[in-house]
Design a protein around this ligand. Structure first.
Ligand SMILES: Cc1cc2nc3c(=O)[nH]c(=O)nc-3n(C[C@H](O)[C@H](O)[C@H](O)COP(=O)(O)OP(=O)(O)OC[C@H]3O[C@@H](n4cnc5c(N)ncnc54)[C@H](O)[C@@H]3O)c2cc1C
Ligand code: SF4
Ligand code: SF4
Length: 420
C-alpha cells in the first residue's frame, strides 16, 4: 500500500467493458487496445511488438515447439504446459519477507553467486510503496534477495532490456509473469545473449497499481497496514497486517458489485496462468497449503532446480475432489451478468463449507482454477475482441476445454471450437 497517503480511489480506474489499460497514462499512449504493460514497448525493441506481444500474435504453440521440441501432451500438460518434473517443496529456512518460502529470490541470488549469470531482472517495490511494482536489473545476490515478496500489480519488466544491452550483459536471468515471458521468448534470438535463465511465476488477474489500492480498500478492514496478501488454496484471501495478525476473507464474501471492472482486459485475455514458456515455474496453487508448487520444464529448469535442492524440504503432491462437477455451474454463472450483491450469509456459509470440504484440492485445485480462467477468458475475448480470437487464443485452449464442448454449445449457443 502506498505509504505517501495517496487519495483513496473511488472506483476501478477502468471498467471491464473499457478496453484500454490506464488510457489516461501518457506512457501507454499508442499501445494496442490489449496491453499488460510487459515493458517491451518501453524498450528499443518496440518495433518487434507485432511479433512478440501475446495480445497481438500469440505464439505459444510455436514457441513450445521450439523450446520443448513438441506440443503439449494430453492430460495435465494441456493445463499446466510442458514439463519434465513437478514437485511440492519449500525452503527449509523460509526467507523473511518472501511471498511463500523465498525459493524464487534464493534461486535468482544463487545464479549470481555461482557466476551463472551477470544480472537478474526482478521486481522491487517502488520507493515509498509496499506493492507498486518496479522492475530492477540486479547485479548482486543481495539486490535480488531484497526483491522478495509479490508486488501484485502490472510490472513493465522487459523495459530493462535496453539496460541489459547497454551494460553488455551476456548471461541473464529473468523472473516474471507469463505475458512477459512470452514476449521475451519471442525475441530471445535477437538479444545476443549467451545464456538466458527464465524463472516463471504463475499469474492471473493482475491489476494496475491504482486498482490494487482500490481492491484493498474494498476488501480489508485496514488496507493501510496490509504487508502481505495471497489468494489461498482454501478459497480465501489471507491478508497479513503490520502487527502480524492475519485477516481472512472468503472469496464468496468479496463485494463483487464493487470489484466489477477491476481487471485489465489484457489479463482477461491471457491464457498463460502457469507461465508455460519458462524454464522453471515456481508457484503454490497445485500444492497443499504451506507448500510451493514447482514445474521444471526444460533441461535448464532442471539444472536450476538442482541448485536449489540442498536448501529444500519436500512434500507430496496430492489431489482430491472432482473439478468437472463444479465446472458446469461456473459456466452457467458466466452466462449471466455479474450480480449486484452477495448471496445471503447462510448460503455463503454453505458454499464455503462445500468448497473446503468437497471442493477440488491439490493438483485438482490447480486444474480447476486454470480451466475456469481459460473458459472465462475465451468468453471475454469472444465478447470484446471477437475479430482477434484467432491471434489471441492459442490452439491448446480448445483442446483443454474440449470436455465441456457440449455444455458450452447448449449454454452459449455456439461451438467451443473456433469459427473458420
Ligand atoms: C500478480 C501475481 C499473481 C500471482 N498469482 C499466482 C497464482 O494464482 N498461483 C500461484 O501458484 N502463484 C501465483 N503467483 C506467484 C506466487 O504468489 C509467488 O510469487 C511465487 O510462488 C514465488 O514465491 P517465493 O516465496 O518463492 O518468491 P519470493 O522469493 O518472495 O520472490 C518473489 C518474486 O516475485 C517477483 N515479483 C513480485 N511481483 C511481481 C510482479 N508484479 N511481476 C513480476 N514479478 C514479480 C519478484 O521479482 C521476486 O523475484 C502470483 C504472483 C504475482 C506477482
Ligand atoms: S503487452 Fe507488452 S508487447 Fe504487448 S503492447 Fe503491451 S508493452 Fe507492448
Ligand atoms: S494475468 Fe496474464 S496478462 Fe495479466 S499480468 Fe499476469 S501473465 Fe500478464
Amino acid at each position: 500500500m502506498n505509504q505517501s497517503a495517496a487519495p483513496v480511489a473511488e472506483g476501478p480506474s477502468k471498467g471491464m467493458g473499457q478496453i484500454s489499460l490506464l488510457s489516461n497514462d501518457d506512457r501507454l499512449k499508442g499501445r494496442p487496445r490489449l496491453c499488460s504493460d510487459c515493458g517491451l514497448c518501453d524498450s528499443a525493441l518496440k518495433p518487434q511488438m507485432t511479433q512478440a506481444c501475446m495480445f497481438v500474435n500469440n505464439q505459444t504453440d510455436a514457441i513450445e515447439q521450439r523450446l520443448f521440441g513438441r506440443s503439449r501432451g494430453d492430460g495435465d500438460e494441456l493445463l499446466f504446459g510442458c514439463y519434465r518434473a513437478t514437485y511440492a517443496a519449500r525452503m527449509r529456512a523460509p526467507r523473511p519477507g518472501a511471498q511463500w518460502s523465498g525459493m524464487v529470490t534464493t534461486l535468482g541470488a544463487r545464479l549470481l553467486e555461482r557466476g551463472e549469470v551477470e544480472a537478474v531482472i526482478t521486481t522491487a517495490a517502488a520507493p515509498g510503496t509496499r506493492f507498486k511494482a518496479q522492475p530492477i536489473l540486479a547485479r548482486t545476490p543481495e539486490e535480488v534477495l531484497a526483491t522478495a515478496g509479490n508486488k501484485p500489480s502490472l510490472s513493465p519488466n522487459l523495459g530493462l532490456l535496453d539496460l541489459v544491452r547497454e551494460q553488455g550483459i551476456k548471461r541473464l536471468a529473468f523472473i516474471g509473469t507469463g505475458c512477459q515471458v512470452h514476449a521475451l521468448r519471442a525475441i530471445e534470438a535477437e538479444l545476443g545473449l549467451e545464456a538466458l535463465y527464465v524463472i516463471g511465476i504463475p499469474c492471473s488477474d493482475n491489476v494496475s497499481y491504482p486498482d490494487l489500492e482500490y481492491f484493498l480498500e474494498q476488501i480489508s478492514r485496514s488496507p493501510a497496514t496490509v504487508v502481505h496478501h495471497e489468494f489461498m488454496q482454501d478459497f480465501s484471501l489471507w491478508l497479513r497486517h503490520e502487527d502480524g495478525t492475519v485477516e481472512r476473507v472468503n472469496y464468496i464474501d468479496f463485494p463483487m458489485d464493487k470489484l466489477h471492472g477491476i481487471f485489465p482486459s489484457a489479463c482477461l485475455s491471457c491464457f498463460d496462468y502457469p507461465n508455460a514458456l519458462s524454464d522453471l515455474t515456481i508457484g503454490y496453487m497445485g500444492a497443499e497449503l504451506g507448500w510451493q508448487w514447482v514445474m521444471a520444464r526444460t533441461e535448464r529448469g532442471e539444472q536450476m532446480f538442482e541448485m536449489l535442492r540442498p536448501d529444500l524440504e519436500f512434500g507430496t503432491l496430492t489431489e482430491g475432489g472432482d473439478r468437472t462437477r463444479g465446472m458446469p455451474r461456473f459456466m452457467e454463472r458466466l452466462n449471466h451478468p455479474p450480480g449486484t450483491g452477495r448471496p445471503p450469509l447462510l448460503i455463503r456459509k454453505l458454499v464455503v463449507w462445500l468448497q473446503r470440504n468437497r471442493g477440488p484440492r491439490g493438483l485438482e485445485f490447480a486444474r480447476a482454477v486454470i480451466e475456469m480462467k481459460l473458459l472465462r477468458n475465451l468468453n471475454h475475448v469472444r465478447s470484446k475482441f471477437e475479430r482477434q480470437e484467432s491471434r489471441v487464443v492459442p490452439g491448446f485452449v480448445y483442446r483443454a476445454l474440449a470436455p465441456y464442448a457440449e455444455h458450452y454449445r447448449e449454454l452459449f449457443d455456439r461451438d467451443l471450437a473456433p469459427r473458420d
